[in-house]
Design a binder for this molecule. Structure first.
Ligand SMILES: [Zn+2]
Length: 751
């Protein structure tokens, strides 16, 4: 997952590492909507009831180092009054700026807004982070209660004509203001954010926009609820236990249990998850059951009482209308202006170049799977059959077992959590950037497993604080993500406080925590996000972390490469009992196994990304009717040149939450776009001697420290020396040559 990169109500950006493997959830999205930090402000206090103020830890800046949240003093009952008072105080500050009798200046308007909203920022960041990492029903209630209020709060600011008049007036004469480049960028960002929120529209159009936003918001909820319902109702009922051959005893027991809870005692139920391909397909030996499960999965949301066809069509329609309101030809064009890619053409070009390489590898793999199917049929004296979508995972598993002779139990003893952290993650950062880490136990934590580290810069100064929350808990969101409790800003004198969250199973007391290589990679990935936050060296909070969706996963995916760097690996991959280094042959096998199915994984991802673009590049007049949605997907994939029935898209339209119920409309491509930048950068490092301070310092000063002080595309191109190229990514994923190539890698599960 990715970090939340938004500042304030002023820039809404991304949720942390919202995996393309699972839909971004509401909590992550809430965590993403941060507020601009500001000075320990006074006006806030006036707005809150006296009793609530007395002991509410949010009402003043934390007295702890770097304004570290006073977790031991925060109670659930503090959030709602914190939000209410925070919004009231913020509006008051904004009103004072809008009504300032003095003519607008950069200082009294833009800088003043940067300084506003400190209380709201504190409560919003802490609440968002804890709600995801250590939530409870009380906090969920607060989330539901606050969501519409925060949306209205945002509208009250961006649709305020007096405020926009000041911003726009400054923007129009920006060349004469004598601003330094970062201040100029800030002014341009403010203008952009206001304009995109509708500030320039006529009063009548503003009303239309508000209606559209409201409708889109309820359609989003409707879509999500329909998926939940359809996914539940589409669970496959099995009458005969023999049909389940291949599943483990526990899985069969769980299937019987699931049936019982639905009043189907004596039967079994195969429940579904959100993706097209269902995990049990890789184990199920019964081909007709595989087919039933697959067909139940793809039919979700088409017809019945949880029909999403009309919802998707209506959303596409309203989005196209909204784009038109802003003069854009379609929703993708409206959305992509804010991204690194910039235009639909650039996205189409990148996806179009990647697709043939992925398909080529996939079709070669399909031929191997077909051979396996034929051989099996011959052995059993049965008729062979043609590889179908519901067969791929099953035969891929068979082939994998034939080719790679290891399992997790062989690998995990070499990856002990603390050693991976200290001698791997921290070691690599030390080699590259000269930073070091010192654990501290004096600060309060919200849960006993959370660890806190001072991050010390090469010159001995304190750079910020890093928090590590690695273990799985029932009250923690799934996946992995990074977020910040305090974002860096020179203006506010704020040093960063970045936190990583994973979901590693906690061992029994006294036992070591042993990781899979995927989990190791995830630790490096999330730490890449943390470094992006920790190295931020900007003046304005707005520019610290508000980077586009297709840039957010760049520093994190780049940092993954150090998990497999020979020097780093030699430093941390040691047997937890004997201390013996991991055998090279075993590690090479781990990497080769990761790349084994990359043709399939990349094709199913690209298909979904292209489907997303197909919907959102439609002109209003080309949007299909609800009855045509079923055929729309295949036709769109055919047109995009990636239609290949054995590999369906990761999500079909009617259950594609990322684009119809999450924040990824026209942006599902962002994961692979960021990865292209990451692999290009990796190749640049390799060309320049790899793990060195010189390379690290250059990357830090030109990319990691820059936030959005310049447009991300420019930051990348100036560092890399040109526009992105796809070859390093193809090589990393083992897609560039027909032979399995060592040194490549698959994607991690947590992006
Ligand atoms: Zn991420």
């Amino acid at each position: 997952m990715t970090p939340s990169r938004s500042i304030a109500v002023f820039a809404v950006t991304l949720a942390a590492c919202a995996s393309h493997k699972s839909a971004p959830d509401a909590t992550a999205a809430a965590a993403a909507k941060k507020t601009a930090p500001a000075p320990a402000a006074a006006p806030a206090l006036a707005a809150a009831p006296a009793a609530a103020v007395a002991n509410n830890p949010f009402f003043e800046a934390s007295p702890l180092p770097l304004e570290y949240p006073p977790f031991d003093r925060i109670h659930d009952a503090d959030y709602a009054p914190g939000f209410e008072a925070g919004m009231a105080a913020h509006l008051k500050e904004i009103e004072a700026i809008a009504k300032d009798p003095a003519p607008p200046t950069f200082e009294n308007t833009i800088v003043a807004m940067e300084k506003s909203g400190s209380l709201l920022g504190r409560v919003q960041r802490t609440f968002g982070n804890l709600n995801g990492a250590n939530g409870n029903p009380e906090m969920q209630k607060v989330e539901v209660q606050m969501a519409p209020k925060l949306a209205a709060h945002r509208d009250a600011i961006f649709l305020d004509p007096a405020l926009f008049a000041r911003v726009d007036g400054l923007y129009q004469k920006r060349a004469q203001l004598g601003l330094d480049p970062e201040s100029l960028q800030l002014l341009e960002r403010y203008e952009t954010v206001f304009v995109r929120a509708g500030a320039q529209l006529s009063a009548a159009d503003k009303e239309k926009l508000k209606e559209m936003n409201k409708e889109l918001s309820s359609l989003t909820t409707k879509f999500r609820q329909n998926i939940l319902k359809a996914t539940k109702e589409s669970a496959v009922v099995v009458d005969d236990e023999h049909e389940l051959t291949g599943l483990s005893k526990q899985q069969i027991g769980a299937a019987a249990e699931a049936a019982k809870t639905r009043g189907l005692t004596g039967k079994w139920i195969v429940t579904l998850q959100n993706t097209t391909i269902q995990p049990p397909l890789e184990q199920m030996k019964n081909r007709s059951l595989r087919e039933r499960v697959f067909k139940a999965s793809v039919a979700r949301g088409q017809g019945g009482d949880a029909d999403n066809t009309a919802v998707a069509v209506r959303m596409a329609t309203v989005r196209a209308q909204k784009a038109a309101l802003f003069g854009a030809p379609n929703w993708a064009a409206y959305t992509l202006v804010e991204e690194t890619a910039g235009t639909p053409a650039a996205v189409n070009d990148m996806l179009g170049k990647l697709a043939p390489a992925a398909l080529k590898k996939a079709k070669k793999d399909a031929a191997d799977l077909q051979k396996l199917i034929d051989a099996e049929a011959k052995k059993k004296h049965t008729a062979s059959f043609k590889l179908a979508a519901w067969d791929w995972a099953f035969y891929e598993q068979q082939l994998r077992k034939q080719r790679f002779h290891f399992d997790d139990a062989d690998v995990k003893p070499y990856f002990e959590l603390n050693r991976v952290l200290q001698d791997g993650v921290f070691y690599a950062a030390g080699q590259l950037y000269g930073i070091s880490f010192k654990e501290r136990k004096d600060l309060p934590v919200y849960q006993e497993d959370v660890r806190v580290f001072d991050v010390i810069d090469a010159d001995g100064s304190n750079l910020g604080i890093f928090m590590a929350d690695y273990y799985k808990r029932d009250n923690k969101n799934g996946g992995a993500w990074m977020n910040t409790y305090v974002s860096q800003s020179d203006l506010l004198n704020h040093k960063p406080l970045a936190a990583n969250h994973l979901n590693i199973n906690k061992p029994a007391p006294g036992e070591p925590t042993l990781l899979t290589f995927e989990e190791v990679t995830t630790m490096f990935h999330e730490f890449g996000h943390a470094l992006h936050g920790l190295f931020s060296k900007v003046k304005y909070p707005q520019l610290s972390m508000s980077v586009p969706r297709d840039f957010v996963e760049y520093p994190s995916q780049f940092n993954e490469m150090w998990a497999r760097d020979p020097k780093v690996l030699a430093n941390f991959a040691k047997h937890h009992v004997t201390g013996v280094a991991m055998p090279k042959a075993l590690f090479d096998n781990v990497i080769a196994a990761q790349n084994f199915n990359s043709g399939y994984a990349t094709t199913e991802y690209l298909s979904a990304a292209m489907l997303d673009q197909s919907w959102h590049q439609l002109a209003l007049s080309d949007i299909p009717q609800a009855a045509q949605v079923a055929g729309f997907d295949d036709a769109a994939l055919e047109k995009a040149g990636i239609f290949y029935p054995p590999i369906p898209p990761r999500y079909h339209s009617t259950y594609f939450s990322h684009i119809f119920a999450g924040g990824y409309s026209a942006a599902y491509y962002a994961y692979i776009w960021s990865e292209v930048l990451a692999r290009d950068t990796g190749q640049w490092f390799t060309r320049h001697g790899g793990l060195t301070r010189e390379n690290g310092d250059k990357f830090r000063s030109e990319v990691l420290s820059r936030g959005r002080t310049r447009e991300p595309r420019v930051l990348f191109e100036e560092f890399y020396g040109g526009p992105p190229t796809i070859e390093p990514l193809l090589e990393y994923k083992g897609l560039s040559t027909p032979a399995a190539k060592h040194g490549g890698g698959g994607r991690t599960s947590t992006k």
